[in-house]
Write a protein that binds this ligand. Structure first.
Ligand code: SF4
Length: 445
């Protein structure tokens, strides 16, 4: 039988180079039994199994390096994301009708299509990563979990993102827009419940001009000067961002969605641009907001290379907040048939992001709670430190459906807060009444 090379990212390619202890004693870091029955034996050596062990060792070293330096190369991030197990087969994509061009990356023949990433079932090093992430977070934020009162002010949007349930082309969406009085009364109720941050989130609804938003921000800040106001209202001009900041808005959330330009264009129609998204994030930072970026885990067409770019972007941009959650398809979108992202990979990435940028405010998102009943608890146990209960009026909650089966659409605000409070206590954490600003350790570059 011919000896097969064991090709590894560490550069070790021959069985002779395998650590002596594994060859001579059959030492097995994972236990005494091989994981699968397809291994090949030669001279008593399970080469595939040893290759797995070497990969696992490589990943452990990368985790150590990340925890110590908060930085990896793109290639190292890719290896960390792929983990020690095998990469899945290529996924077949259908391209949204309005985004078909012959050069479109999702239009390529299958053999040229980008590789997709593992589902995470085989992610054995997640606990190692999570343990380090939790230790780092505890050092900075202790056992506290910050809450943000989420007010979904409008589900009207001029954009048509392929993944979004409230995109303008969705004729089945029952549209609503909250009045200024309704928004302010949600904040008043939230204040009584102990919230000290209000997140005003909505589609890109032209009704919310600077004038309207400035009135709302000022009113909330007048009533509750000890509170922070976060906006999540999409792409706007520099002048608009500046005016809203001067009116009192403290933070701005704008997910970058993907740090790969080509991938960005596969998730959005042609009139939306990656460059403009990046322009917005840079300007928000320049103006003085605490800025949040973020992305969906498992979005259609996403590869380990794309995720590596996301992590490198986070490493360089050092956002104050970072919202990541699994992609969940919505039945009335072009991505209705795409598979959802996984809980495992989302938690794995939460841990990595905590190690990249230790002070980052990292929510355990509602999407995480939607794909698993204990998803938010698991997110916190992976390194997250923020939850965002809903303060929107119950009458509109089930209309803000960015994806299918979203949870927490029926409860009153007090119930939402109480539910999350007991969920956090059940895992040894506590919700706090605090603005929950990012801790500036070491200052920004
Ligand atoms: S993701 Fe945001 S910008 Fe895109 S359609 Fe949905 S609400 Fe509008």
């Amino acid at each position: 039988m011919k000896t097969e090379d064991v090709s590894l990212s560490s550069g070790i390619t021959k069985t002779e180079n395998l650590p002596f202890v594994w060859m001579s004693q059959g030492h097995c870091p994972r236990g005494s039994k091989p994981r699968n029955t397809h291994y090949k034996m030669e001279k008593g050596i399970d080469k595939e199994y040893m290759a797995d062990n070497l990969k696992e060792n490589d990943i452990k070293l990368l985790i150590e390096k990340l925890a110590a330096t908060h930085s990896l190369s793109l290639e190292e991030y890719r290896r960390l994301i792929e983990g020690p197990g095998k990469v899945q087969d290529r996924e077949k994509f259908s391209v949204p009708e309005d985004n078909k061009t012959k050069n479109h990356p999702l239009s390529r023949p299958d053999d040229e299509a980008p590789r997709t990433i593992k589902t995470g079932k085989d992610r054995e090093l997640s606990p190692v990563l999570a343990e380090k992430a939790v230790a780092v977070r505890k050092e900075i934020y202790g056992d506290t979990v910050f809450t943000r009162g989420l007010i979904e002010i409008s589900n009207i949007c001029k954009n048509d993102c392929y993944y979004c349930g409230i995109r303008k082309s969705n004729r089945n969406c029952d549209r609503y827009r909250l009045t200024e009085e309704q928004i302010i009364s949600c904040a008043d109720e939230g204040y009584e419940l102990g919230f000290r941050t209000f997140v005003l989130q909505g589609g890109e609804d032209p009704y919310y001009t600077d004038e309207v938003l400035i009135r709302i921000i000022k009113s909330i800040k007048d009533h509750h000067p000890d509170c922070a106001v976060t906006l999540s209202m999409g792409e706007r001009s520099y002048e608009s961002y500046k005016a809203l900041h001067e009116a009192g808005a403290d933070r701005y959330l704008l997910r970058h969605e993907t740090a790969d330009k080509e991938h960005y264009q596969t998730l959005h129609p042609a009139e939306m641009s990656f460059d403009n998204r990046m322009r917005c994030l840079k300007e928000l930072r320049e103006i003085g907001y605490q800025v949040g970026c973020g992305f969906m885990v498992g979005s259609p067409g996403q590869t380990a290379e794309h995720l590596a770019k996301d992590l490198k972007f986070i490493e360089e941009f050092k956002p104050d907040m970072c919202g990541i959650g699994p992609f969940i398809p919505h039945k009335d979108t072009p991505f209705r048939d795409k598979p959802a992202g996984t809980l495992e990979l989302t938690c794995y990435l939460l841990s990595i992001i905590r190690l990249i940028h230790p002070p980052v405010l990292l929510p355990a998102t509602t999407a995480l709670g939607t794909i698993h009943p204990l998803g938010r608890e698991m997110g916190i146990q992976a390194g997250a430190n923020v939850v965002m209960p809903n303060l929107s009026p119950v009458t509109v909650r089930n209309k803000y459906m960015l994806y299918d089966n979203k949870i927490c659409t029926g409860e009153e605000s007090a119930q939402c807060r109480g539910c999350l409070d007991s969920r956090m206590r059940s895992i040894g954490y506590r919700l706090v009444t605090d603005r929950g600003d990012v801790k500036n350790i070491g200052g920004k570059e």
